[in-house]
Design a protein. Structure first.
Length: 604
């Protein structure tokens, strides 16, 4: 039975939510490349060939074909790859290594998320220098305009993007049509550029230019930034609409890059290739095009910000990141979230990066390292998965793609002393946070005093019939029923607080991305029940709603609070993170009037 054609609506929506980053790359890619290499006709043909084959290998093959075949209930991304790979591994050491790879991948994506809005918005604003009368506008004014656009964009996040998101797709569709038409017009002047699709020109360029040609790869990769969004956003829109949209986007990008190449051959002194090409073709339409380009870069930035919120939320749900405060910006769509600390960290970093690098061409020196790092890690994990699944052909193709990724990553090491170190610094902030939080939680868990279930039940069965009981229902939050936390034994046996109906509520993350279920298991003892909530790691869980659906009307909710005492600077930092982020109960937005925290002092 043939699959139905995807609705055009899904394709248009994909253009706005997935392809903003890669779609705005033509604004700066060729401009930056020809700062590194002379714009001779031979070099232009070689660079165009490299761009074409980079889009084919690293976006079409790696993400559109290979990665998007590795979904889990339609969901994609670095965490999904980790969740797919770990069950296939034989040893705990391999699982730990894969977990570390996924942490690095998440951190690189967040580091990349800072640079994307900075370079996209700044490069579009710089296009205003071609408007008659604006030629002498200072770089300080351009940075100020770009900063104001960024501040408005990030300030808007709290309100949510639901009302304006419908316009993203049509705007991006207009953008892709504009750059495609412009490219075709330019190609008509130098039709020979079409032959750049032949990979011979790419190999010839690398051979003729030697080590310099190899380093040019560090700028060529800019054409593929945002390619990872095809896989990461698969769960939001579905595989088929994204794939169909990509073929349209690929054609538009191909036409535009070839057109820009044709323009450079005719005008080797061009400084801002895309904007100068448009200006020479249709001055009357230049200002509308400039406005459209700024709108496209804002949409690209918006997609990256939403992606960051989604990545961090996945990190929270899989217990690798602290429980940052999460707000829901849509009453209908629970997946639309806002994480304040992430939003303001990104804004501060974007403004800093804009002021540090000042020009989009210089900013490109920091861009690409995180992207190629993410692509290489994705390639390694995909190859490993295909190998474990005994899909030999796919694992070999994936290995070849990973080798190409590694070549681009190696070329990008050249950028480290020229500003690329900022990419590493920015990525190290989430990475160190993840490592500190996961190690701290593991150590804290070991230090906590847990009572085995059998011993607890022995004490409870003696205490329940003989102790005075408080009327109503009390909930106690636990992770694992086999180990009863100290705060429960402290509350019941030391303080003598026992209710008529005591319910342990266990909230468990499942290995699949979607699905939420809450149900009572068999009664543990007279007066003691267990209510288990299982959720997919992509879900936004409404615990209170599940409790009400099960007919639970609690009088109070008990939960444990750890008071950490330590002389170690590392664990003091961990303690500060724990204090500054919401408690478990606040994260799940349980009714505050019923909450009762029980403090346990832990020495780390």
């Amino acid at each position: 039975m043939l699959e139905k054609e995807p609705p055009i609506k899904g394709i248009i929506k994909s253009l706005g939510l997935v392809f903003g980053d890669i779609g705005t790359s033509p604004i700066y890619t060729l401009t930056v490349i020809f700062l590194l290499t002379k714009p001779t006709e031979a070099n232009v043909m070689g660079v165009l060939s490299l761009i074409v084959w980079t889009l084919i290998i690293l976006v079409t093959v790696e993400y559109a074909w290979l990665a998007m075949s590795l979904g889990k209930k339609g969901e994609g991304g670095t965490i999904v790859l980790k969740e797919l790979l770990i069950p296939l591994l034989k040893s705990g050491r391999q699982a730990a290594f894969v977990t570390l790879l996924s942490f690095i991948g998440i951190s690189l994506l967040i580091g990349d998320g800072v640079i994307t809005p900075a370079i996209s918005i700044l490069s579009a604003v710089e296009g205003s220098l071609l408007i008659p009368g604006f030629e002498h506008v200072s770089q300080e004014v351009l940075i100020l305009i770009a900063s104001v656009i960024a501040i408005i964009l990030f300030a808007f996040q709290r309100k949510g993007t639901e009302k304006v998101a419908g316009a993203f797709g049509p705007i991006m569709a207009s953008w892709f049509l504009s750059i495609a038409i412009s490219g075709v017009i330019s190609i008509l002047h130098v039709p020979s550029v079409v032959s750049a699709v032949n990979p011979y020109y790419a190999f010839k360029f690398l051979y003729d230019n030697g080590i310099t040609g190899f380093f040019v790869l560090s700028e060529v990769i800019l054409c593929a930034t945002g390619g990872e969004a095809l896989y990461a956003d698969m769960g939001h829109l579905g595989r088929r609409p994204i794939l169909r949209a990509w073929y349209f986007v690929f054609a538009a990008l191909l036409m535009n890059y070839l057109g820009q190449g044709a323009y450079v051959i005719k005008h080797p002194d061009a400084k801002n290739v895309l904007f100068e090409m448009i200006f020479s073709q249709a001055r009357f339409f230049y200002i509308p095009f400039l406005v459209l380009s700024i709108a496209a870069t804002v949409i690209a930035s918006q997609a990256m910000i939403s992606g960051m919120f989604s990545i961090v939320y996945q990190g929270i749900q899989t217990r690798v990141m602290p429980l940052f405060k999460v707000d829901y910006t849509s009453a209908e769509l629970r997946a639309q979230i806002y994480i304040g600390i992430v939003n303001w960290f990104l804004l501060a970093s974007v403004l800093f990066i804009m002021h540090e690098f000042r020009e989009s061409s210089r900013l490109a020196a920091a861009y690409g390292l995180a992207v190629t790092g993410t692509m290489t890690l994705t390639g390694i994990m995909m190859t490993w998965i295909f190998h474990r699944q005994k899909k030999t052909a796919l694992s070999l193709i994936s290995l070849l793609v990973t080798m190409v990724d590694a070549a681009y990553l190696t070329a990008n090491f050249y950028k480290i002393p020229h500003g690329g170190y900022w990419s590493i610094i920015l990525a190290s902030i989430p990475f160190l946070t993840i490592m500190l939080y996961t190690q701290g939680q593991r150590r804290l868990y070991k230090m906590m005093k847990f009572m085995p279930l059998d011993e607890f039940l022995n004490k409870f069965n003696k205490a329940y019939p003989t102790s005075p009981k408080i009327k109503g229902t009390a909930l106690f939050l636990i992770r694992d029923i086999k180990e009863i936390p100290f705060y429960i034994t402290q509350t019941m046996f030391y303080h003598g607080i026992i209710y008529e109906d005591n319910i342990f509520v266990s909230i468990i993350k499942r290995d699949d991305p979607f699905g939420v279920i809450g149900y009572f298991k068999e009664d543990i003892a007279k007066g003691l029940r267990l209510f288990e909530i299982q959720y997919g790691y992509m879900e936004v869980v409404d615990v209170e709603e599940l409790l009400r659906e099960a007919g639970i009307e609690e009088k109070t909710i008990f939960y444990g609070i750890e008071e950490i005492t330590t002389k170690s600077a590392i664990w003091k930092t961990f303690s500060i993170i724990k204090r500054l982020t919401p408690a478990f109960v606040q994260f799940y937005k349980l009714p505050s009037r019923k909450l009762h925290g029980v403090i346990t002092r832990v020495e780390m």
